[in-house]
Design a binder for this molecule. Structure first.
Ligand code: FMN
Length: 179
């Protein structure tokens, strides 16, 4: 099973990217977010801009996607929302349609990007993805990882396990239906 990890942060030492490294799955991290151009419906034609085509191919080739999102001003960072706008078209046949996805998040604030996670789930559901239940909200992220990037909170690690399990279960069900 191929699970793609997408961090919504472009920052080198991102807590969200670090969070993805703590997921008990063999994730393939996709790191092309910074190269995605701003969505322009005039450019959303075939062939798609190369970076967009590569992103769509990566998502199409994955059985499931795990997003880790920061929270910017109580919402999803613009660069991540922009990428999802590209992924969501063409609407009826987009690479997100029926794709099993899960959302976790980290922020340096107290609440662990819960608003951004909720908004990202709404956006993904609107695009037709199968959003699995469960969230992991890593608040005070600057205090939650050790020097090796290991999450130092057993409850959060347990929640991360549960979300990963739910995502794999959903992806397996979809594979069984498709077979
Ligand atoms: C533009 C901007 C807006 C932010 N807004 C919020 C916010 O609304 N809530 C919050 O908890 N943290 C907010 N933060 C702090 C982020 O949680 C913090 O920068 C976090 O480390 C970002 O995730 P990353 O480490 O994966 O890059 C904001 C940071 C930036 C740069």
């Amino acid at each position: 099973m191929k699970v793609l990890g997408i961090s919504g942060s472009l920052r080198r030492d991102s807590y969200n990217t670090t969070l993805l490294h703590n997921v008990p799955l063999e994730l393939e991290l996709w790191d092309g977010l910074k190269s995605i151009p701003p969505y322009d419906e005039d450019d959303d034609v075939e062939p798609a801009p190369p970076a967009v085509a590569e992103m769509r191919a990566a998502v199409a080739g994955a059985d499931a996607i795990l997003f880790a999102t920061p929270e910017y001003n109580a919402s999803v960072p613009g660069q991540l929302k922009n990428a999802i706008d590209w992924l969501s078209r063409p609407f009826a046949t987009s690479v997100l349609r029926n794709k099993p996805v899960a959302v976790v998040g980290a922020s340096t604030g107290a609440f662990g990007a819960v608003w951004a996670q909720a908004e990202l789930r709404k956006v993904l559901a609107t695009a037709g993805a199968r959003v699995v239940e469960g969230d992991v909200a890593v608040g005070h992220a600057h205090e939650r990882f050790d020097a090796n990037g290991v999450l130092m909170d057993d409850n959060l690690l347990e929640q991360l396990h549960e979300v990963a399990d739910a995502l794999v279960t959903e992806a397996s069900l979809r594979e069984a239906v498709a077979a």
